[in-house]
Design a protein around this ligand. Structure first.
Ligand SMILES: Cc1cc2nc3c(=O)[nH]c(=O)nc-3n(C[C@H](O)[C@H](O)[C@H](O)COP(=O)(O)O)c2cc1C
Length: 250
């Protein structure tokens, strides 16, 4: 991926080009909650699509990073929505200026001001703000999470931005919610989940329930995404948007 420093947002410019006039840095006015969504190469792109929509719909600053396989799996699994358009963005441009993204956002009911909270970082960019503990993100979800990324995060291997951002969450004791997806699970997968739990991450497996009588695939997706939002513990995400367990269905 290439980067176009003339069109990236201010925060990214300061990090990707340290030779720029750093004395001209503006005081930051960062939002209180800044959530990274790492989209990796596990099946379940719909979960990422719904989670990102949910965060933006709640007005939360959302940083998205795809792994290489994550972007490919999105192209395989999703035909419509925000994520396929986002996964096709090769440069870190101002997202709200991309017509394709704007129409995808409006088709899923997102207003332009909600889309303006979205940022995309290349997975190779270890100079991105979210690679740093001091001024990076406040929360992170890896959704969906491949067993490869699970293994690397569990063992502190930070070779790309998704892994580094997760490593930062753990070392700074900030909320890291991961949505692993694989079946069946090997002992290695299970042990890595234990390791990650012991390190402070919250495991929310991609395991939708059926007791709420889902009528669509989106219902199943929302079920998992609402659990992710609960685990992130961001108050404005508490307002219910998806499918909840209903005792009357039992
Ligand atoms: C269509 C497709 C679906 C996949 N689904 C899964 C999955 O559900 N879980 C998993 O752990 N790996 C899955 N994989 C394999 C991972 O993508 C692969 O291990 C990759 O190296 C993960 O890279 P990443 O962790 O950098 O995203 C899938 C691959 C493809 C092409």
């Amino acid at each position: 991926m290439t980067s176009d420093n003339s069109s990236v947002d201010d925060a990214a410019v300061q990090h990707t080009d340290p030779v720029r006039d750093t004395t001209a840095r503006k005081p930051r006015d960062l939002p209180a909650e800044r959530v990274v969504v790492g989209v990796t190469g596990a099946s379940g792109s719909l979960y990422a699509e719904l989670l990102i929509r949910r965060l933006l719909g709640a007005g939360v600053r959302t940083y998205v990073v795809f792994t290489g396989t994550g972007a490919k799996v999105v192209a395989t699994e999703l035909r419509t929505g925000l994520l396929p358009a986002l996964a096709r963005c090769e440069r870190r441009v101002r997202l709200e200026e991309l017509p394709e993204l704007q129409s995808a956002a409006s088709a899923v009911g997102l207003a332009p001001e909600q889309l303006s909270e979205l940022r995309l970082f290349p997975n190779e960019d270890l100079y991105a703000p979210i690679a740093s503990g001091s001024e990076g993100a406040t929360h992170m979800a890896v959704c969906p999470m491949s067993m490869g990324t699970l293994a690397r995060i569990a063992h502190g291997i930070s070779g790309c931005l998704v892994e580094r951002a997760a490593d930062v969450m753990l070392k700074e004791r900030r909320p890291l919610v991961v949505v692993p997806r694989e079946t069946p699970l090997s002992l290695i997968h299970l042990q890595n989940m234990v390791t990650l739990t012991q390190a402070g991450a919250h495991i929310v497996p991609a395991m939708p329930a059926f007791y709420m009588n889902p009528t669509s695939i989106d219902d199943l997706g929302w079920f998992v995404v609402e659990r992710v939002c609960d685990a992130l513990r961001i108050p404005r995400l508490a307002e219910f948007k998806g499918v909840r367990w209903n005792v009357r269905n039992l």
